[in-house]
Design a binder for this molecule. Structure first.
Ligand code: DAH
Length: 332
């Protein structure tokens, strides 16, 4: 065989290195390895050789072919990487050019409700207070006039925390314990609201969640009457819901208020919605908060905050609020 394979490989190597793009490389692939290529033609000529020379030449051709394939493949990888870089560069998006107005995130619908309520009560002269989510039994129950073993404790499916004495530490079941914390730290007159997260061992369904939100109000002053409570709730109702809404009170029972009531709001279509509980702060609760019931009186109320968010937006399943599906939440 008079073919100079070394020279052929050197020439091919130079051509491959110069291939400017994948198309040019494809053409070279055909030229160097295809049916009419030097190595293929040479293989055809092997049949004319005697067996020994044929074996030797065949093996050199195989090596040459493998070398060519390696060179082509190496260059292909290089060119592909280059083309990807070019493509990425061309497709690069300037994210700062997106329509900011529509794509910017916003507050969760519960947070919006929470802040509206705060704004409204702050506008009425109330301060905003907070208390711990992990509470002791005294603040969540005892100080609120639930004696140990009192059946009213069963109204709350309490989640206890494995800390300290058994049943001494819990996830607060309502925001009412913050009333006690406010009385402990502030001198009356007190006009405070206490929004927050509360916990009950409930199974999630369309109207219940094991974690939800309440807002509590506490007013302590001299000569506060039940009329003040009713008037405050009425003022709140029209301010929050609008002129077509009114409120009513129905007798009820809570250990920490006496008398106690449920308050409902009447929608413009005449239907009633039960919103929360309220009443005059029980003397035992005033005492637990370090106040003299002869000197001070007050009212309190508390209601679920999530339901307000549902109502306002006509959402009928509480769970939607907490699934955190962006497609849902972005509507509000
Ligand atoms: N804490 C009560 C509950 O979660 C609601 C409540 C009722 C709060 C009466 C009050 C109140 O402040 O006076 O069911």
């Amino acid at each position: 065989m008079d073919l100079d394979l070394d020279q052929h490989l050197a020439d091919a190597s130079a051509l491959i290195a110069e291939a400017a793009d994948l198309d040019a490389l494809g053409a070279l692939d055909t030229e160097l390895l295809g049916r009419k290529s030097v190595v293929t033609e040479a293989r055809r000529g092997l049949g004319d050789l005697d067996p020994d020379r044929r074996r030797e030449a065949g093996s050199r051709l195989n090596d040459a072919r493998a070398a060519l394939e390696g060179l082509l493949e190496g260059r292909r990888v290089e060119l592909e990487a280059g083309e990807r870089t070019v493509r990425l560069e061309a497709e690069r998006m300037d994210l700062t050019e997106l329509d900011r107005g529509r794509r910017l995130g916003h507050r969760h619908v519960v947070t919006q409700t929470w802040e509206r309520l705060e704004d409204l009560f702050v506008g009425m002269g109330y301060t905003v207070a907070e208390g711990p989510e992990i509470e002791d039994e005294w603040h969540n129950f005892g100080a609120l006039n639930f004696p140990p073993g009192h059946p009213a404790r069963d109204m709350y499916d309490t989640l206890y925390v494995d800390y300290g004495d058994p049943l001494s530490t819990l996830l607060r079941t309502h925001t009412s314990p913050v009333q006690i914390r406010v009385m402990e730290t502030e001198e009356p007159p007190i006009y405070s609201i206490m929004p927050g997260r509360v916990f009950r061992s409930d199974t999630a369904d369309a109207t219940h969640m094991p974690v939800f939100h309440q807002i509590e109000a506490l007013v302590i002053d001299r000569d506060i009457t039940f009329g003040d409570l009713a008037g405050t709730l009425e003022a709140f109702t029209t301010a929050y819901f609008g002129a077509g809404f009114t409120s009513r009170l129905r007798p009820s029972y809570f250990p920490f208020t006496e008398p106690s009531a449920e308050f409902d709001i009447r929608r413009p279509d005449g239907s009633w919605l039960e919103l929360g509980g309220c009443g005059m702060v029980h003397p035992n609760v005033l005492r637990a908060g370090g106040l003299d019931p002869e000197e001070w009186s007050g009212f309190a109320f508390g209601f679920g905050l999530d339901r307000l968010a549902l109502m306002r937006h006509g959402i009928d399943d509480l769970r939607e609020l907490f699934r955190n599906d962006h497609r849902f939440l972005s509507q509000f």
